[in-house]
Design a binder for this molecule. Structure first.
Ligand code: CTP
Length: 429
C-alpha cells in the first residue's frame, strides 16, 4: 500500500447486501483508498472471499483463531493499520455486538480493539430495524461516537418494504470522503436547509403532493454536519431515516404543508442570531386548496354520472423569496430549481426572480421516456445532474450521486464563506 493512501478496513457483515461490497471496494479504490476486507462467517455465505480479494488487491481476513493471521496481522494490528473502519452491511447481530462490546469473532474483536473512526451502514429487515433492541443499540452506538449511514427505504430481499436497505455504495463512499475530509471548514456556521415535498390537504384523507424524496436535502445536511456546520433541517414528509442525522446533532423540524414550512423557517430565524447560509432544496407545493373540506369530499352524481369536483386553489408562500426579502436574510442563499426543459434559462430567470445568490438547477425530466417522458427521473433517484447558476454564470457539474453533489456543494459553500470573510476583512482594513 502506498504511504499517502488512506486505508479502509471494510468489515462485511452477514446480509444479502454483502453482494454490493465488491462494487463498494472498486469505488473506494478508484476514489484513491486502499481497502482491506474482513468477512464475518455469515458474510461468506453472501460474497466470495476470492472475488473480494481480487477487487481489493489485498488478502481477505476471516478468522479470529487463524494461527497464521493472528501471527501476521492480529485483530489489534488490523485496526491500527487502518485510517478508518467501515462496517457494510452492518447486520443487526453485528451492531448488537458492537453496542454490547462483545468480541467473539474477528470482526467484533477488531471493532472492540479499534481506536479509529468507525462508520456503519446498517442493512436488515424493516421489523428488525424498528425492534426496540436495535433502536437501543443504535442509540448506544451514536452515543459512543460511531458514524451511521442509512439505512434507506425500499423493497427488501425478504419481500417486505420499508427502512432497512443498505445505502448505495456511491453514498457510502461519499460519507467516507466526508469523514476523511473532516477538516471542519463549516465549524460554527449556522445553516438552514428545507427538504422534501409538502403535502397540501384537500380533506381529511386526500392531499396534493409531489415526487420529491428529500434525499438531496438530507444528503446536504449530512455533508454540512460532517464539516462541523450547525444544521437546522426543516423537512416535509419523507421515508428517510433521521437516526444518522440526529446522531450528528442535526436539529430537525418535521412539517407537512408549505405554510407550516414557512412558519418553521420564520421561527428558526426568530430564535437564531443570523444564519450564514440557507439552502432551499424542498419541493414546496405552489398551491393549496382554498378551503380544506372538514369531511371527506363526496362524489356527486350528475345525470347518472360521477362528477369531478372543482378545486379552488390558492398560492402558497414562497419560502426562498421570503428568505431573500427577510431582514435576517442569510448571507448566502441557495435555491434548487426543478426544471424539465430549457433548464439553464429557466433557472437563471428563477435566480433573478427569487433574489437568491446561487440557483442549483436540476433536470427532473424523465430522460428514458419510459414513463411517457412525464414522470421525473431525478426525483426519488440517487443520482443528480446539476448546474450551479450564480452572478458569475453557469457551471455544469457532471452526473453524480446526490451524496456526491452534497459534498461538492458543501465544499463550495465553505470556500465562498472563506472568500466573503476575506473580502470583509479586506474592506475593513
Ligand atoms: N420554493 C420555495 N417556496 C415555494 C416554491 C419554491 O421556497 N413556494 C423554492 C424551492 O425550495 C427551490 C426554488 O424555490 O429552492 C425553486 O423551486 P421550483 O419548484 O423549481 O420553482 P417554483 O417557484 O415552484 O417555479 P415553477 O413551479 O414555475 O417552476
Amino acid at each position: 500500500m502506498a504511504e499517502q493512501q488512506k486505508r479502509i478496513l471494510l468489515i462485511i457483515g452477514g446480509g444479502i447486501a454483502a453482494y454490493k461490497t465488491p462494487e463498494l471496494v472498486r469505488g473506494l479504490r478508484s476514489s484513491g483508498f486502499a481497502v482491506r476486507p474482513l468477512l464475518t462467517a455469515a458474510a461468506e455465505q453472501f460474497v466470495s472471499p476470492l472475488s473480494l480479494a481480487s477487487v481489493a488487491g489485498d488478502k481477505v481476513y476471516q478468522n479470529l483463531f487463524d494461527l497464521n493471521d493472528e501471527a501476521e496481522m492480529g485483530h489489534i494490528q488490523l485496526s491500527r493499520q487502518a485510517d478508518m473502519i467501515v462496517v457494510a452491511p452492518a447486520s443487526a447481530d453485528l451492531l448488537g455486538k458492537m453496542a454490547q462490546g462483545l468480541a467473539n469473532d474477528l470482526a467484533s474483536a477488531t471493532l472492540l480493539a479499534s481506536n479509529k473512526p468507525i462508520l456503519v451502514a446498517p442493512a436488515m429487515n424493516v421489523q428488525m430495524w424498528h425492534h426496540p433492541a436495535t433502536v437501543r443499540n443504535m442509540a448506544q452506538l451514536a452515543q459512543d461516537g460511531v458514524h451511521i449511514m442509512g439505512p434507506e427505504t425500499g423493497d427488501m430481499a425478504c419481500g417486505e418494504y420499508g427502512l432497512g436497505r443498505m445505502s448505495e455504495p456511491a453514498d457510502i463512499i461519499a460519507a467516507i470522503i466526508n469523514l476523511q475530509n473532516l477538516e471542519q471548514t463549516l465549524q460554527g456556521k449556522k445553516i438552514l436547509i428545507t427538504a422534501g415535498p409538502t403535502h397540501e390537504p384537500l380533506d381529511p384523507v386526500r392531499y396534493i403532493a409531489n415526487r420529491s424524496s428529500g434525499k438531496q436535502g438530507y444528503a446536504l445536511a449530512h455533508a454540512i454536519a460532517a464539516r462541523g456546520g450547525d444544521v437546522h433541517l426543516i423537512s416535509g414528509p419523507t421515508n428517510l431515516t433521521t437516526t444518522d442525522l440526529l446522531a450528528n446533532n442535526v436539529d430537525i423540524v418535521q412539517i407537512e404543508t408549505a405554510q407550516q414550512m414557512w412558519d418553521a423557517v420564520q421561527a428558526k430565524l426568530a430564535e437564531t442570531d443570523l444564519f450564514d447560509v440557507a439552502i432551499c432544496t424542498a419541493a414546496v407545493a405552489d398551491w393549496r386548496a382554498q378551503t380544506i373540506a372538514p369531511h371527506k369530499i363526496k362524489s356527486e352524481i350528475k345525470k347518472g354520472k360521477k362528477a369531478a369536483p372543482t378545486l379552488e386553489l390558492t398560492a402558497n408562500p414562497d419560502i426562498l423569496a421570503g428568505l431573500a426579502a427577510h431582514k435576517k436574510r442569510p448571507s448566502l442563499l441557495i435555491g434548487f430549481a426543478a426544471e424539465t426543459e430549457t433548464i439553464t434559462a429557466h433557472a437563471t430567470d428563477k435566480r433573478q426572480r427569487k433574489q437568491c445568490d446561487w440557483m442549483i438547477a436540476n433536470d427532473v425530466g424523465d430522460k428514458s421516456g419510459a414513463r411517457g417522458g412525464v414522470i421525473g427521473g431525478v426525483m426519488g433517484s440517487d443520482m443528480n445532474c446539476v448546474q450551479l447558476i450564480s452572478a458569475a454564470g453557469c457551471e455544469q457539474w457532471q452526473t453524480m450521486s446526490k451524496a456526491e453533489v452534497a459534498s461538492a456543494l458543501a465544499d463550495k459553500i465553505a470556500e465562498k464563506i472563506t472568500l466573503n470573510l476575506a473580502d470583509e476583512i479586506g474592506g475593513a482594513l
